[in-house]
Design a protein around this ligand. Sequence first.
Ligand code: IPE
Ligand code: IPE
Ligand code: MG
Length: 242
Amino acid sequence: MSLDGIDPSRVPVHVGCVMDGNGRWAQQRGLPRTEGHAAGEEALLDAVEGALDVGLRWLTVYAFSTENWKRPADEVRYLMQFNEGILVRRRDELHERGVRIRFVGRRDWRVPQRLVRRMDEALELTAANRTLTLTIAFNYGGRAEIVDAVRALVAAGTPAGRIDERAIRRHLYDPTMPDPDLVVRTSGEYRISNFLLWELAYSELVFTDVLWPDFRRQHLFDAVREFQRRDRRYGGVEPQPR
Ligand code: IPE
Ligand code: IPE
Ligand code: MG
């Protein structure tokens, strides 16, 4: 578990993770898909430890998308209970580690009230922590987030000429969240699947074949090393100074 080769002065501030491949991990073992989600809990906690080791300030994980409601009702029900369970099981240790837990996504009627209560409890418990912000994207869709931002602007009577990038940013689910520097997707899928569309305009993307339940902090470190080999130009010509 080595931080070797990571330049501590150029660690990304914010890393996003598309935690994908739970179902395939389970299927490879002849288990029901839900066992893959269960095994992903260890991966998530190890990734958080890795984020603390490397000194990230923000880690955002995609836990349930606005499209995941299409899945079989049993799996959706399992995921609701599972996420509620994780918050109860893990909030104290995350709190002790100085992790601030936050959420982005729509809190619509489909999200069970019990889960919403657990979310609020975790938020309140950890609100004063400053070491690492763990944002859980739940019932989250990047397009929905942009729609919600524009709706809020229109509802506030914002004149068309005042709707610019800054105005939209101020109405995203968490306006204090910096854009991710790096987004990691597991399971060998090369797509974004509606994750942080607005925010990842200039994020570096790293894809790995590892299935999420097998993900451990060394995979996060590998992604950070890969990130540090990239030149971020933001549309300009000179590499950003190293
Ligand atoms: C990611 O794993 C977890 C969620 C989307 C909730 P999947 O359940 O998508 O696993 P695969 O992609 O089917 O293997
Ligand atoms: C993205 O994974 C959503 C989460 C990880 C929560 P999916 O498995 O839902 O994405 P697709 O269907 O492969 O694009
Ligand atoms: Mg998937």
